[in-house]
Write a protein that binds this ligand. Structure first.
Ligand code: SF4
Ligand code: SF4
Length: 381
């Protein structure tokens, strides 16, 4: 099989993740043979990041057995605080319970690459982790080498920003798809992912979510992505909130275009699904373009770049989306533009904008590209 996987650094962890990973959730309660064929397919495609949040003994055993001596070839996001008391998935902040479940995971996998503070969405979740012995326990796990990095998972942009402010995590698992990104930050994504989104809710990419991604870039918090297909609702003609469903590859491309994102973790449950997802690397760029679909909803934030690259090609080969990702991060704190951002800008080898205006005609979101490209040169050049 041709090796085509791409890799990205996960923020400041120094670890490189395959841009497509595997969320193992949907392998839960599946026969061992199915788990094995899916994991074999992932490894054959050079996937090196697995999310294992499931607290159940059987699925953990299946994954360990399917990996065999290939454990060292992959990195695992293991979640601290995921339990299945009474066979139900649950979240616990009770330290003896948390330890029992996490240490069972540690024993099976030997070590955990990314020890994830599990499911921090509400103020109560935040307090249960950061105002108790929970966080001290996790920091101790890292000191002992049982976990190599501390991460966390969240679905709330406001709470996620608060967690990042503590300075404890180095990376984050966050739910990202166009519908969630258009949901105003004060709405909770789970209230809508079950009953469906109404497009009347959407006003454009929510500024709080956009700010979260920029803060992650600024603080080098790498993002791994869950729910990229919105529990498959975005793929379905019946449930999509847009004029037409998105494809798997458009959803992956959307997530990978957000600032700070290192890897998207689709919940494949068969080898065939894994192979389908991997077509991302071979389909035509036009098939990944999500701009047309998004541009048909109401947009109160017109003028903000959604990093879709619909404006390309540029005659002097300026990567307009990449420049906007950097510019938006630089604008967060004009007094402290980091050397790494300037280096990233310099690495985007390009000539000066010749102001031909092609990009502005093609951009469905009314972004003043020429003005922004000039501003980027002043701030980052
Ligand atoms: S206006 Fe500038 S950035 Fe836009 S396509 Fe022309 S040269 Fe490229
Ligand atoms: S300028 Fe417009 S078309 Fe280009 S990447 Fe940004 S939003 Fe997309």
């Amino acid at each position: 099989m041709e090796q085509i996987m791409q890799y990205r650094q996960i923020g400041k962890t120094g670890k490189k993740a395959s841009v497509i990973g595997l969320g193992c959730e949907h392998l839960d309660r599946k026969p061992y043979e199915q788990v094995k064929e899916t994991i074999d397919a992932a490894l054959a495609h050079d996937v090196n990041l697995f999310d294992v949040f499931m607290p159940g003994e059987e699925i953990r055993d299946h994954i360990v057995k399917a990996l065999g001596n290939r454990r060292k070839d992959i990195m695992i996001q293991g979640h601290i605080g995921a339990t299945d008391i009474n066979q139900q998935y649950d979240i616990s902040r009770d330290l003896p319970t948390v330890k029992k479940y996490f240490e069972a995971l540690l024993r099976k996998f030997g070590y955990i690459d990314f020890g994830m503070l599990f499911f921090i969405d509400s103020e109560e979740d935040y307090k249960g982790v950061f105002e108790t012995g929970f966080v001290t326990y996790v920091e101790q796990l890292k000191k002992q080498g049982d976990i190599h990095h501390i991460g966390f998972s969240s679905h709330s942009p406001v709470t996620a920003m608060k967690v990042i402010e503590t300075g404890v995590p180095e990376m984050m698992l966050f739910s990202i798809n166009p519908a969630f990104d258009m949901l105003p930050a004060e709405y909770y994504v789970f209230d809508y992912s079950e009953k469906g989104f109404g497009s009347d809710l959407f006003r454009g990419i929510d500024p709080k979510r956009a700010e979260l991604y920029r803060i992650c870039t600024q603080k080098q918090i790498g993002i791994t992505v869950m729910k990229a297909f919105g529990a498959t609702k975005l793929l379905s003609a019946e449930h999509t909130p847009y004029a037409q469903p998105l494809t798997v590859h458009q959803c992956i491309h959307y997530a990978l275009s957000r600032p700070a994102v290192a890897s998207v973790l689709p919940g494949c449950q068969t080898a065939a699904q894994m192979h389908d997802v991997m077509q991302y690397f071979s389909v035509d760029d036009r098939k990944k373009d999500y701009a047309e679909v998004l541009s048909r909803v109401r947009n109160d934030f017109k003028g903000s770049c959604v990093y879709c690259s619909h404006c390309q090609p540029c005659p002097v080969e300026i990567d307009i989306a990449a420049i906007h990702r950097l510019l938006d991060t630089a604008r967060l704190d004009l007094e402290h533009i980091s050397a790494s951002m300037q280096m990233e800008y310099a690495a985007l080898a390009h000539a000066s904008c010749v102001e031909c205006g092609h990009c502005e005609v093609r951009c469905p979101f009314g972004v003043p590209v020429i003005q922004n490209v000039k501003e980027a040169e002043v701030l980052l050049g």
